[in-house]
Design a protein around this ligand. Structure first.
Ligand SMILES: CC(C)(COP(=O)(O)OP(=O)(O)OC[C@H]1O[C@@H](n2cnc3c(N)ncnc32)[C@H](O)[C@@H]1OP(=O)(O)O)[C@@H](O)C(=O)NCCC(=O)NCCS
Length: 402
């Protein structure tokens, strides 16, 4: 199939977004398409489209983000709008767009790429690894009692929608600074996070914006909706900068009148709530793995993070799609600095680039990957040393959906 692949111009953005929305089954009314097109335009995101005789048949967008990695922060290509028109599936359209997008990310100095995968079977072949687990929670009102008394001393108040970004941003930065996987939010990303059109409400109420304040300072926020039909409260984001704020905000949400159930998707794996409830088994927890990471430039990515222990390891990385990563590298690093360079030495560990992505933010250790048959230990003790180096204080978590 002879396709033209290129970025779209400003005058083609509407058709581009319309095409993605048709594939996902999202609303295609003019207002929704224009809103999304204007966001992509203002973000100056890289758009790539495949054209068949002038028609858009495939799309892929890369956003410019900065993401926390353990002990640092790196440029990330946030991949979204990955679509191929139903008439053109399984003919290599996505593969063509993805290969070009990864090459461009490398050229643009983005050592990492990531996406929220609609299905888990798609992206492993492109070197993306399951790099973060999250939990989706639901709980009935009768089961929301806490084991311990609340000792928070602050107060909760609502803020108006137009005040929310200003009130939330400081907490977000404090809470997320040390969390691997979190993406910096600029003004535009706050605008997107707080978008409140019918499409986002999905039959529920407008957002409620609540903040927890102690000693005159905002220490946490909750963003939620009420779904009157199911009498369900849906937490969109609950972000605390202190333990007191976390406890107070959950107690506040569980205390909202008329709600029978409470739902919170995308909670971090190390969230304390299950340890705070009197009957924790009643919290229904489903684990998801939607966030997939691609290491675009292995030397820059490994040199750009910190490590829990000082050590030196040689890693053989297999990456046929991005051959500049393929081969043996030597990583020498510790808590404050790291260097990574090509090496002629024998490898201590062998793995694919996707496996390295799994361990990179701290979602999984190398020993587990080895037991899964994915990582091979060539030097005795190397797995244990790699685990000790890559371990993170906090589990990776990202609340920016793109
Ligand atoms: C997912 C999607 C973009 C794939 O596009 P495509 O152009 O058909 O993909 P390609 O032809 O380049 O496929 C490349 C490979 O991935 C495989 N693949 C594609 N979609 C897959 C899926 N959903 N599950 C598992 N494997 C998939 C193909 O079989 C092919 O494998 P091969 O190289 O062994 O032959 C397309 O099916 C689509 O638009 N789906 C709906 C929207 C969506 O889910 N997008 C992803 C958002 S994160």
């Amino acid at each position: 199939m002879d396709l033209e692949t290129r970025p779209v111009g400003r005058d083609e953005l509407y058709a581009y977004i319309l095409s993605t929305r048709r594939v996902f089954g999202d609303p295609t009314d003019e207002a929704s398409v224009r809103l999304e097109a204007s966001i992509v335009e203002r973000a100056n995101s890289r758009t790539l489209a495949a054209f068949d005789r002038g028609d858009i048949v495939g799309t892929l967008t890369c956003h410019y983000f900065d993401m926390n990695v353990p002990g640092g922060r790196l440029a990330l290509a946030g991949v979204s709008d990955v679509t191929t028109k139903a008439t053109h599936r399984r003919r290599g359209v996505m593969s063509q767009l993805m290969e070009r997008a990864l090459t461009e990310a490398k050229e643009e100095g983005q050592p990492l790429a990531a996406l929220w995968a609609s299905e888990s079977g798609i992206y492993g072949r492109f070197g993306f690894g399951m790099a973060m687990l999250q939990e989706n929670w639901t709980i009935d009102r009768k089961d929301t009692a806490f084991a311990l008394e609340d000792d928070s001393r602050g107060e909760i108040r609502f803020v108006e929608p137009f005040e929310a970004a200003g009130a939330f941003a400081g907490v977000y930065d404090r809470a997320c600074r040390l969390r691997p996987g979190m993406i910096d939010r600029n003004d535009l990303l706050w605008e997107v996070a707080l978008l409140d059109t019918d499409e986002f409400r999905q039959g529920a109420s407008a957002f409620y914006h609540a903040v927890y304040e102690e000693a005159g300072r905002v220490d946490g926020y909750a963003l939620y909706r009420l779904d009157g039909r199911g009498q369900q409260l849906r937490v969109g984001e609950l972000v605390p900068a202190t333990d007191a704020a976390y406890s107070a905000l959950w107690r506040f949400c569980f205390g909202i009148d008329l709600m029978n159930t409470f739902r919170a998707d995308n909670q971090p794996m190390d969230a304390p709530l299950p340890w705070m409830l009197r009957a924790p088994r009643q919290l229904r927890r489903a684990t998801g793995e939607e966030f997939w990471l691609r290491i675009v430039d292995v030397e820059a990515a490994l040199a750009g993070r910190g490590y829990a222990t000082e050590d030196r390891l040689t890693l053989e990385i297999r990456d046929p799609l991005c051959p500049w990563n393929d081969g043996v590298i030597e990583l020498e690093g510790g808590p404050d600095r790291a260097v990574c360079r090509r090496s002629g030495r024998d490898a201590d560990l062998t793995m694919t680039i996707a496996d390295l992505a799994g361990a990179y933010l701290g979602a999984v250790d190398f020993s587990t990957l080895a037991r899964a048959g994915r990582v091979a230990e060539r030097t005795e003790g190397a797995l244990r040393r790699a685990d000790a180096m890559f371990v993170t204080d906090m589990k990776p978590w990202c609340i920016v959906q793109f």
